[in-house]
Write a protein that binds this ligand. Structure first.
Ligand code: URA
Length: 424
């Protein structure tokens, strides 16, 4: 087989066969085709797309590039969740302990930050001592013993995605439904859970901003789940403002703890309880309404908070040692008015500049920096009110960008719904 003819075929809008897709994936993992050739193929896929069958072949080839974790020895239905990435998205930290404390095991592999969006592993590593690089044996042992684990992808799990993702990140090929769907679903299926709940973000701060395209992404991933016999539910949720109040690793972990203590921001809490309810409903095969009652009880009784503490301790983390930056200052509003929009991508980029994520692959993260927003869409602000608090160390953000990211209007406008639709 010849990679040039495969690239040309996709460039000419033709469908690739399973053999061609397997060849391209395996040859790239083995170093037989170059980054330049793979980039050309990825760009052709970005521009001309893939049908559902091709996307399935791509996902399958990626899964088969590595190991699949076998959780079949662990009793009960194991459920996993994944978000397509957002700003201030700390839902996993809250949802996983709620679900686990209702008796459903959560076996999860999480990622690091991508572009302007944060990653759960970076957030967890802001807790002193937390170990995210577990072996497959440790991963399985932890699910067996405490019912909850969150670790980074190992070298043996979907190595094709690791290599292809790094290339997509630097070749402008991240925003593509078949590439995102195969990347996420290959990792979910290889991680071994029986059922999957997906949080597909839509809006200005999401990887896919367009609503119709977000629906297509959700439908594609639900289709892939079914093809691999994993019941999958996708929620399409809003990413037109930061989720919750904080952006930045340690700040987000602290907000997750505050939420589990019962003092969470309204939209964040509601989204977490809804995602948890879908996971419990799948894991226990009960109605969504019954699952919601159980999720609420685990949350209100603080059983979920205790589970979170147990999970962090088991992975070596010290919950008393989560450091946010000592230096901080407030950003004040220059005008009166209702907040009609918040540009969360600008806020996230300012956090990145302060060191909350990586601009280059080798960058070291400053876990303590970030932004805590004090106002949300629909809130009224008077001139002089605090819009946000900045936590910084050696690099300060551009205050003008932060002020301008809060857009005001005279009239209160309808905000964005939290959950647009659910695709099963
Ligand atoms: N998350 C992933 O794991 N892969 C993508 O392509 C996008 C988000």
């Amino acid at each position: 087989m010849n990679i040039t003819s495969i690239i040309e075929k996709k460039k000419d809008k033709k469908n690739l066969s399973e053999d061609e897709i397997i060849y391209a994936v395996n040859a790239y993992v083995m170093g037989l085709i170059s980054d330049a050739q793979m980039s050309a193929l990825l760009m052709a896929i970005c521009i001309n797309g893939m049908n559902l069958e091709e996307t399935y072949f791509l996902t399958k080839a990626m899964i088969e590039s590595g190991n699949v974790i076998d959780l079949s020895n662990i009793p009960g239905i194991k459920v996993d969740k994944h978000s397509t990435g957002g700003v201030g998205d700390k839902t996993t930290l809250i949802v996983a302990p709620i679900v686990c404390s209702c008796g459903v095991s959560v076996a999860k592999l999480s990622g690091r930050g991508l572009g302007h969006t944060g990653g759960t592993i970076d957030k967890l590593e802001s807790i002193k001592g937390f170990k995210s690089d577990l072996s497959e044996e440790e991963f399985i042992k932890q699910v067996k013993e405490i019912g909850i684990v969150d670790a980074q992808q190992t070298k043996q799990i979907v190595p094709a995605d690791k290599k292809i993702y790094a290339l997509r990140d630097v070749t402008g090929t991240t925003r593509s439904v078949p590439l995102i769907a195969s990347s996420i679903m290959s990792k979910k299926i290889a991680a071994g859970a029986d059922k999957i709940v997906l949080d597909v973000k839509t809006g200005s701060g999401a990887l896919i901003t367009d609503f119709e395209e977000s629906v297509e992404l959700a439908k594609t991933m639900v289709f892939l789940g079914k093809k691999f016999n994993k019941e999958t539910i996708a929620l399409i949720t809003d990413m037109n403002e930061p989720l919750g109040n904080s952006i930045g690793n340690a700040l987000e972990v602290k907000e997750a703890i505050k939420t589990l203590e019962g003092n969470g921001e309204e939209r964040l809490t509601e989204l977490c309880l809804t995602i948890a309810s879908y996971m419990i409903s799948l894991g226990k095969q009960i109605s969504f309404e019954e699952a919601k009652k159980q999720a609420q009880e685990a949350y209100t009784s603080k059983k979920a908070l205790e589970k979170f503490k147990e999970f962090i301790k088991y992975q070596g983390g010290n919950i008393e040692d989560i450091k946010t930056s000592k230096n901080f200052y407030d950003i004040h509003s220059n005008y009166d008015g209702y907040i009609r929009d918040i540009d969360e991508t600008v806020l996230a980029m300012e956090c990145l500049k302060m060191g909350s994520g990586r601009i280059n692959k080798e960058d070291k993260i400053n876990y303590g920096v970030g932004i805590v927003i004090k106002k949300h869409i629909g809130n009224y602000v008077s001139k002089g009110d605090i819009l946000a608090t900045i936590y910084y160390d050696d690099k300060k953000p551009d205050n003008k960008n932060i002020i301008n990211s809060f857009m005001l209007s005279e009239k209160k406008e309808k905000g964005f719904p939290l959950i647009y639709t659910v695709i099963k």
